[in-house]
Design a protein around this ligand. Structure first.
Ligand SMILES: [Zn+2]
Length: 104
C-alpha cells in the first residue's frame, strides 16, 4: 500500500515567514505619539455615540503613559464636555497599534 504524502518544499520561502506583527511588514512602527493620537481620535468618535457614560480604553503600556502624561487635559476635556468617564489602561501584552475600547 502506498501512502500519498504531502511534501513540504524546504527551499520554498512561502509559509516560512509571516509579516512582522509589529509593523505589518512595513519595517516601520508608528511612534507612541502617533498611536496615542490615534487612540484619542477613536475616543472622540466613541463619545459621539448615544448613551455612553463610560469608556474604557486599553492600549500598550507606552501609549497609556503617553496619554496619561501628555494628553491628560484633552481627555479631561472630553470627559467634562459630555459628562462621561474615560479610563485609560495599559496592557503590557499589547503590541503597538493594538487597542481595545469598551463603552457602556
Ligand atoms: Zn516589524
Amino acid at each position: 500500500m502506498e501512502m500519498s504524502r504531502q511534501r513540504i518544499n524546504p527551499s520554498s520561502e512561502s509559509g516560512s515567514f509571516i509579516k512582522c506583527p509589529h509593523c505589518k511588514g512595513k519595517g516601520l512602527t508608528p511612534s507612541v505619539e502617533m498611536l496615542g493620537l490615534g487612540v484619542l481620535r477613536k475616543l472622540r468618535l466613541e463619545t459621539m455615540k448615544d448613551k455612553v457614560s463610560n469608556i474604557k480604553v486599553t492600549v500598550p503600556i507606552e501609549v497609556s503613559s503617553y496619554l496619561l502624561n501628555k494628553k491628560r487635559s484633552e481627555i479631561n476635556d472630553l470627559e467634562s464636555r459630555i459628562h462621561i468617564r474615560i479610563t485609560v489602561e495599559g496592557d503590557i501584552n499589547m503590541m503597538p497599534g493594538e487597542s481595545s475600547v469598551v463603552c457602556e
